[in-house]
Design a protein around this ligand. Structure first.
Ligand SMILES: Cc1cc2nc3c(=O)[nH]c(=O)nc-3n(C[C@H](O)[C@H](O)[C@H](O)COP(=O)(O)OP(=O)(O)OC[C@H]3O[C@@H](n4cnc5c(N)ncnc54)[C@H](O)[C@@H]3O)c2cc1C
Length: 411
């Protein structure tokens, strides 16, 4: 059995190039830009970030998650983990490399589910950075945790579908050129069952797609729209992945996309831990530096242990995806653990920074506001726990051992 955590020299070189590009080119260029663009004019902000995208592309640091034949870097998921973690050291990093949510998940989805014609029309411009997209599934009236409850309907009318419904928290909807929208199409399938919904490609803007507001959140109003859909018409050729496959498509999309979130969260957690240690080495109180206090050391140590676990879990889940093995339990465990660790590590870092950590003079406050959503979006903690428990119980019932439900590792 070979257990080898070293990267091949080629992948190590790619990771180092991404690290250097983010550190030396992206970070200084975007310093001072807030989520809305900061003090810079909108024009200056856009010129800067599109200029960075062009540089990333020239440097061959573009679409790390896509196959080479589609203009990507052709990395496997394990290799991707190293690149995503480097890219996410700065907020705009993934966007500059064109591997940001929700486009990244939508690219995977289109690659797997779209027809050749749909790929040319929707995937190609997205990969070229000429387009952007959104994914419209969640509805205010029903639990997003259970997509079999979706109420938005699509009804056939000749060779068109007529869609009516209500969506919210649709990230990036205002700048998107198209949406992947999930609606109920199969009346005979009971509510609560898989097979009732279908995904559609919707060109934006479209008559009947009404973006009524960007929902203000605890991290500001940063692009999550509420959409009222009234008699929106889409041709039958816009069905994505076949009729009745909306649920399966959503689940397929979320597997690797959840792990990509974890890869980016690891970068954030590491930044918070770096800052925690840095501050503890510089702050003096009651006769010694904070780094010498046992109470502070415990926070550092617990964070380090958790971050190590996060990295191992993400690498192992990525390894299972690369090998084509069933990765659902490992991705669920990683998503749950990394999301919660991220919140705990940022919280401890704020604690060590005291008032400074609570201020907006450091990135910690903003990181904390963003991190909170990680515990319920793309599968709430409780849903992942429920699925992990179900598979653990099933493993025991089927084999007399829970071993296969704890990573299937040879220990
Ligand atoms: C910043 C952000 C961006 C988002 N972007 C998108 C997007 O682009 N597209 C999109 O479609 N959606 C998006 N969402 C929505 C997100 O996917 C949903 O919030 C998520 O699926 C949970 O659904 P819900 O909010 O309706 O919560 P609910 O399903 O109502 O769940 C609320 C809580 O109830 C509990 N719960 C639910 N079910 C169970 C259960 N079976 N057992 C035990 N407890 C349970 C959990 O604690 C859960 O947190 C986004 C959300 C946020 C915050």
């Amino acid at each position: 059995m070979a257990i080898d955590f070293t990267l091949s020299p080629e992948v190590e070189a790619v990771r180092d190039r991404v690290r250097a590009f983010i550190r030396d080119t992206v970070t200084p260029a975007v310093a001072g830009f807030t989520e809305e663009g900061g003090g810079a004019s909108r024009e200056e902000y856009l010129r800067t970030i599109f200029g960075l995208r062009a540089k990333a592309r020239e440097a061959g640091l573009w679409l790390p998650h896509m196959p080479k034949e589609w203009g990507g870097m052709g990395l496997g998921h394990v290799e991707l983990a190293t690149v995503q973690a480097e890219a996410a050291r700065t907020r705009l990093g993934p966007w500059i490399l064109n591997c940001q949510a929700p486009d990244e998940g939508n690219m995977h989805t289109l690659l797997h589910w779209a027809t050749d014609e749909q790929k040319e029309k929707y995937l190609r411009p997205l990969l070229d950075g000429r387009s952007s997209s959104c994914f419209a599934m969640t509805e205010p009236e029903v639990a997003g945790s259970d997509p079999t409850l979706i109420r938005t309907t699509a009804v056939p009318d000749g060779d068109e579908w007529v869609i009516n419904g209500h969506k919210w928290f649709i990230s990036g909807a205002r700048r998107a050129r198209f949406a992947i929208l999930v609606a109920r199409t199969e009346d005979q399938v009971p509510v609560g069952s898989v097979g009732a919904t279908t995904a559609f490609l919707v060109d934006l803007p479209s008559e009947g797609w009404n973006d009524v507001r960007e929902v203000a959140t605890m991290h500001g109003s940063t692009g999550h729209s509420e959409i009222v859909i009234t008699d929106l018409r889409v041709p039958d050729s816009q069905v994505l992945g076949g009729r009745g496959n909306g649920h399966r498509l959503g689940q397929y999309r979320l597997g690797p996309a959840r792990l990509a979130h974890c890869m980016r969260w690891i970068a954030q957690a590491e930044q918070a831990l770096d800052m925690m240690v840095d501050r503890s080495l510089k702050r003096y109180s009651h006769g010694s530096m904070l780094a010498e206090k046992q109470g502070i050391q415990w926070m550092v140590a617990e964070s380090a242990i958790e971050l190590y676990q996060c990295k191992l879990m993400v690498l192992h889940a990525a390894y299972k995806i690369d090998r084509g093995e069933d990765f659902r339990t490992e991705v669920s465990m990683a998503k749950h653990f990394v999301a919660n660790s991220l919140n705990r590590i940022i919280d401890r870092s704020i604690q060590v920074h005291g008032a400074l950590g609570y201020s907006t003079d450091t990135p910690l406050a903003n990181m904390f506001q963003h991190a909170r959503w990680a515990r319920f979006a793309d599968g709430a903690d409780e849903i992942h726990l429920m699925r992990i428990a179900q598979r653990t119980i099933a493993a025991y019932s089927d084999t007399g051992s829970t071993s296969s439900a704890t990573g299937g590792l040879p220990v």
